[in-house]
Design a protein around this ligand. Structure first.
Ligand code: GDP
Ligand code: GDP
Length: 455
């Protein structure tokens, strides 16, 4: 490495930065207008720009990557609102509940100028029940004169209120230091399970694709639809299900069962719930209604799983209803609408008839295996060497950027760092990803490629 112009520290730094496993999740919750979005922007504004190649896909983000004091984590933004759907208290409760469920730590934002309201108190009760670490952000303290307002929030019983001005940045550093103190290094609930413990599966998809039916089918029993208001029930959200001779943890099945409540126009909550389930899972099974055209919403859900870096299986449901014509058009739609995840194993099922249920587990296992694949550095560099020799990067401005070497910095999903003499174009990065897949498999997993350019 040294004679190629990278010093060892560069290389090690790049590998470490790229090599993280799944990141811990911080949820920012609170009433509308207390400044959550402003705070989230401030937190993620610190993020280092990383050259990454993830082919263009629709974004519908609720989670963002952030970095503070050299540590990376995810932030769940709960700033999106559909208050009138449920009424203010229920909205806040539902939003907070979903976000807290997926989180390893929570920043609870209160408007210090307004003080604690009844709605704030309700969220405090949810936070207590959840038992996750909480940092209390007393926002809108724009100057020293506001500090007294912040002190009043001791009354919430959540410990020290951190006076912050999300708008101007005042106090956010101290608050984030505290956040890092309470935030675990890895997402404990997702990956803290003992080796050999049940793998975590998120069954996701837009309303009416058949999630609940599929869950009932695989679990072999009819379930009750819990029709109570989110935030008022505390039923187990995850479920252990025996399938294919193994026990699997289906995460957030309560969310599937609560769909009646969720369907009342609250797309935003559905989105948050999906993001929460994905964060908790290792593999996402995205269920798609094969009888209907693949929609933007289907694509968004797929994108969510991919961007979260989870293993992915596509399950096309309601196969029993398909005629020959629909089957033909479906194949075309899959090519055009889901081409970016052509690497995902696919099963064609019917939750109604039980068709191909037995193919679900092998598909999940394949995806998890791809997700955990590690390519030895020697093999990777032999492959890269041949590839670069046979297909050099196009010459740009009289120069030809060259990939010197690479390494796999991490798994779950596989993350590669390539070291190069110049800027590597997106098209060439996609080409490398494609060839990596041809060579090493990686079925069912996104791949992250980052490129470090020699200074
Ligand atoms: P959210 O609904 O909780 O996401 O709140 P927003 O982030 O959208 O902020 C609501 C309003 O409060 C906006 O007009 C912000 O500019 C304002 N705001 C947010 N943070 C601060 C702050 O620290 N000080 C002041 N004075 N205003 C703020
Ligand atoms: P969810 O909203 O994704 O949980 O969807 P549901 O499980 O509630 O299913 C929505 C509708 O699709 C219900 O009327 C189901 O009976 C129907 N359905 C689910 N799976 C199948 C299937 O494989 N074939 C057919 N024909 N209908 C299905």
């Amino acid at each position: 490495a040294a004679e190629e112009g990278f010093d060892l520290e560069d290389v090690e730094g790049a590998i470490e930065a790229a090599g993280h496993g799944p990141l811990p999740v911080l949820a920012v919750v609170g009433r509308p207008n207390v400044g959550k979005s402003t705070l989230v922007n401030r937190i993620i504004g610190r993020r280092e720009a990383v050259v990454e190649d993830r082919p263009g896909v629709t974004r519908d983000r609720v989670t963002y990557e952030a970095e503070w004091a050299g540590r990376r984590f995810k932030v769940v933004d709960t700033g999106g609102w559909e208050q009138d759907v449920l009424g203010i208290d229920a909205s806040v409760a539902a939003q907070a509940e979903y976000a807290i469920e997926a989180a390893d730590a929570v920043v609870f934002v209160v408007d210090a100028k307004v003080g604690a309201t009844d709605t704030d108190e309700a969220v405090v009760r949810l936070l207590r029940k959840a038992g996750k670490p909480v940092v209390l952000c007393a926002n809108k303290v724009d100057g020293p004169s506001g500090e007294a307002d912040a002190a009043y929030l001791w009354s919430l019983g959540l410990g020290e209120p951190y006076p912050v001005s999300a708008l101007h940045g005042r106090g956010t550093g101290d608050m984030l230091d505290k956040v890092l103190e309470v935030l675990p290094d890895a997402p404990a609930q997702t990956f803290g399970t003992a080796v050999g413990g049940p793998r975590r599966v998120a069954l996701i998809g837009r309303p009416n694709v058949g999630k609940s039916s599929l869950l009932n089918k695989v679990a072999g029993e009819e379930r009750v639809v819990v029709n109570e208001l989110a935030g008022t029930t505390r039923d187990p959200v995850d479920e252990l299900i025996e399938l294919g001779g193994r026990t699997w943890k289906f995460v957030d099945t309560a969310g599937i069962r609560k769909r009646v409540h969720l369907q009342q126009g609250a797309d935003y909550y559905a989105s948050l719930r999906t993001a929460a389930a994905v964060e908790k899972a290792e593999v996402a099974v995205v269920l798609i209604d094969a009888s209907e055209s693949i929609s933007v919403q289907d694509q968004r859900i797929v994108t969510m799983a991919v961007e979260a870096g989870r293993a992915l299986v596509l399950a096309f449901n309601k196969w029993d209803t398909l005629d020959e014509e629909r089957r033909y058009y479906l194949e075309r739609e899959i090519e055009t609408e889901l081409g970016q995840v052509a690497w995902a194993p696919r099963v064609n099922v019917s939750a109604r008839t039980g068709r191909h249920m037995e193919k679900l587990v092998p598909a999940i296992e394949t995806a998890l295996a791809g997700w955990e694949t590690r390519v030895p550095t020697g093999r990777l560099n032999a492959f890269l060497g041949e590839l670069v020799a046979a297909h050099p990067h196009p010459i740009r401005g009289g120069k030809q950027p060259r990939i010197l070497f690479g390494t796999q910095a991490g798994t779950k999903p596989p993350r590669f760092v390539l070291f190069a003499t110049g800027f590597i174009e997106a098209g060439y990065r996609r080409f490398i990803e494609r060839r990596l897949r041809e060579e090493f498999g990686f079925e069912g997993t996104p791949i992250h490629l980052s490129v470090r350019v020699r200074e």
